[in-house]
Design a protein around this ligand. Structure first.
Ligand SMILES: Nc1ncnc2c1ncn2[C@@H]1O[C@H](COP(=O)(O)OP(=O)(O)OP(=O)(O)O)[C@@H](O)[C@H]1O
Ligand SMILES: [Mg+2]
Length: 177
């Protein structure tokens, strides 16, 4: 079998809140192969977003081990986490987190510029992705000028923009048909 895209070993995450420790993730073991599509189900508050945020390297406060495409991602500092995230991971947030002052097109262009693509190439690819998601007529709209589902589709296009090995999507279809 090929190397897993994600391997989690004994992943833990807890939060200190008002003198109490809330243990949200208590030793998660998981391995996902390339091409595998997995849905994580659980009641509200069970820790789905917390798990995705840890695996997406959005924060470092977890215990146990996270490997992304064979590389150990545990114990990285914030800069190194950002690099891995930018190159390997597409993240669709539960609440879209689009940049409010930029158009739909620009929101999908920016992550590509950060990896050194030319603006022309990045714009062509962004327009293609947004077109595939039915947003060709909305490229110049800012997030506040888009419906909830349109914003969500822009967030999906942005997550795919750099052809990541891993896409993490936190309730990405909550506002879609
Ligand atoms: N920064 C934080 N500080 C304290 N507690 C937190 C923090 N973040 C999350 N929690 C708690 O961890 C638990 C899991 O939260 P999480 O957002 O992962 O749930 P979820 O499964 O994604 O829920 P939902 O389906 O409602 O999105 C919740 O009870 C929440 O209150
Ligand atoms: Mg959640």
């Amino acid at each position: 079998m090929s190397e897993p895209v994600i391997r989690l070993t004994g992943l833990t995450r807890s939060f200190e809140q008002g003198g109490e420790t809330i243990e949200v993730l208590r030793g998660v073991d998981l391995a996902l192969a390339p091409g595998e599509i997995v849905a994580l189900l659980g009641p509200s508050g069970s820790g789905k977003s917390t798990l995705l945020q840890a695996v997406g390297l959005l924060e470092g406060g977890f215990g146990g081990k996270i490997e992304i495409a064979g590389a150990n991602a545990s114990g990285l500092n914030a800069d190194d986490r950002t690099t891995v995230r930018r190159e390997a991971i597409g993240f669709v947030y539960q609440f879209h987190h689009l940049l409010p002052d930029f158009s739909a097109l620009e929101n999908v262009v920016l992550p590509q510029l950060l990896l050194g693509k030319s603006r022309d190439e990045a714009e062509a690819h962004a327009a293609e992705l947004l077109g595939a998601l039915g947003l060709s007529e909305r490229l110049t709209h800012r997030p506040s000028q888009l419906s909830g589902g349109e914003q969500q589709r822009v967030a999906v296009a942005r997550a795919l923009a750099n052809k990541p090995v891993l896409v993490l999507a936190d309730e990405p279809t909550g506002n879609l048909d």
